[in-house]
Design a binder for this molecule. Structure first.
Ligand SMILES: [Zn+2]
Length: 142
């Protein structure tokens, strides 16, 4: 049984995933392939775990710090009014976190980002278009 995020991790390790922002010890930070919310990124655990509660304590502690570093970098790079971080895993049950920067001019600011999911595809970015936001976040991570 193949997992699409294990496949993406393999592709990234082979240097073939063009949306990679940063490699952490336990995870990869990738720019979202759509930018409906400018700066949208995903943090993917390298190893396949189904639930956060399945992680050994030392990994969950270090992974939490990676999440904080990722979120701070996105905040610094884009200056959102609020960061939405979420981990669901109902579709792909490999631990990953979505980072949605939410802006003051968003008319649906109080709604969860998934309410606009049908519009995500229209905001798809090519690797060349993604490069600008990838650089901004890289610079913010330092
Ligand atoms: Zn997996």
């Amino acid at each position: 049984m193949s997992c699409p995020l294990c496949e993406r991790v393999k592709l990234t390790e082979a240097g073939k995933y063009p949306y990679l922002i940063h490699e952490f010890k336990h995870s990869y930070l990738m720019l979202g392939e759509h930018q409906f919310y400018n700066g949208y990124s995903v943090l993917i655990l390298k190893e396949h775990f189904r639930e956060m509660t399945d992680l050994p304590n030392h990994i969950s502690t270090e992974f939490f710090q990676e999440m904080m570093t990722a979120s701070k970098a996105i905040e610094k790079a884009f200056g959102p009014k609020k960061m939405n971080m979420c981990s669901l895993g109902n579709v792909v049950d490999h631990v990953h976190w979505h980072f949605f920067p939410r802006y003051a001019n968003d008319p649906e600011f109080f709604d969860p980002p998934w309410m606009r999911m049908k519009d995500f595809e229209s905001a798809r970015v090519s690797p060349a278009q993604a490069a600008i936001n990838i650089e901004k976040i890289k610079k913010a991570i330092g």
